[in-house]
Design a protein around this ligand. Structure first.
Ligand code: HEC
Ligand code: HEC
Ligand code: HEC
Ligand code: HEC
Length: 189
């Protein structure tokens, strides 16, 4: 009799555990990044509506293919891989062994979390959340150090590609570095 009570309890607790775990596990399998992200909440020129979906599913790379996740999320790879593309050298977390891809994000909930650019590239004169200070790189020409606050980092990554695309593609017309208000838009008053 006692055995059956224990068995019943056991079965009930398994059911309880699986019903609380169930929805969470299925939400993690097949997860996708947000489609649209609003950047630059404090930018005086206005916020930037960034279509994460179009930048990852349409052929938008300089080579006319899909843009790899790590072309923007450059720390989402092992440091040894990053170092093949100087000035890059940092993987985050430092001991990571895997590279972010759409497939990894969708299927591997144990992969390191995707951290925000601004956690490292904070606004000018502020301390980033994840680093002791703002990242700096040396340019290919000269010895000048560039401090990569949010403005520098995003403009280099985003407008850097857009400027390159304008040189190579006749069909595409992305907002180039000079076209400030093609990216920054003030909300209608
Ligand atoms: C390709 C899109 C794009 C273009 C073009 C662009 N910006 Fe930006 N800008 C951004 C993004 C993205 C950020 C960073 C937003 C964030 O921190 O989330 C930014 C940040 C900034 C910041 C810092 C905002 C802050 O946090 O205080 C300033 C200032 C700025 N831009 C000015 C300009 C000016 C001036 C131009 C034209 C010469 C320009 N931007 C062109 C996308 C763009
Ligand atoms: C964990 C910290 C961290 C995160 C997150 C991060 N960066 Fe960086 N970033 C760095 C460091 C550090 C460097 C200097 C090079 C290095 O050490 O790899 C750098 C360098 C850069 C550069 C200069 C590379 C070049 O070739 O000129 C750009 C542009 C850049 N980051 C943009 C971004 C963008 C955009 C994001 C988000 C999609 C981002 N970073 C996320 C830390 C980070
Ligand atoms: C063109 C640049 C770019 C590319 C390519 C890109 N991302 Fe992002 N991603 C961003 C930016 C910018 C953010 C905004 C957050 C921030 O400030 O760092 C972001 C945010 C995210 C976030 C956090 C927000 C959320 O929805 O949970 C995830 C996760 C993410 N990206 C995954 C990916 C994956 C997976 C890929 C490859 C399939 C990818 N990204 C490709 C620029 C990019
Ligand atoms: C590797 C290349 C590349 C990178 C990196 C990149 N873009 Fe783009 N972007 C494009 C291309 C290509 C287009 C499409 C132009 C067209 O269809 O005419 C585009 C279009 C845009 C547009 C116009 C609206 C739209 O989505 O069609 C905005 C705004 C924009 N990008 C913002 C950004 C921001 C902000 C970042 C950085 C977080 C970024 N882009 C990074 C290639 C890139």
């Amino acid at each position: 009799m006692k055995f059956f009570t224990l068995l019943a309890l056991f079965v009930v607790s398994i059911l309880l555990v699986s019903s609380t775990l169930g929805p969470e596990t299925s939400a993690q399998n097949g997860r996708k990044p947000q489609d649209m992200i609003v950047l630059g909440p404090e930018a005086k020129l206005g916020t930037i509506k960034f279509s994460h979906l179009d930048h990852t599913t349409k052929n938008r790379s300089i080579e006319g293919a899909q843009i790899a996740c790590i072309e923007c999320h450059h720390t989402a790879q092992p440091s040894s891989e990053a170092a093949k593309h100087p000035p890059l050298k940092t993987g985050w977390p430092a001991d990571r062994t895997t590279t972010l891809t759409a497939d990894q994000f969708e299927k591997d909930p144990a992969a390191p979390a995707v951290v925000a650019c601004r956690d490292c590239h904070a606004r000018a004169d502020t301390k980033p959340k994840l680093l002791p200070e703002l990242p700096q790189i040396k340019l290919e020409v000269g010895t000048e150090l560039v401090t990569l606050n949010n403005q520098q980092a995003f403009h280099r990554n985003c407008a850097g590609c857009h400027d390159e695309i304008m040189k190579t593609s006749k069909d595409l017309n992305p907002p180039t570095s000079k076209k400030c208000t093609a990216c920054h838009k003030r909300a209608a008053a």
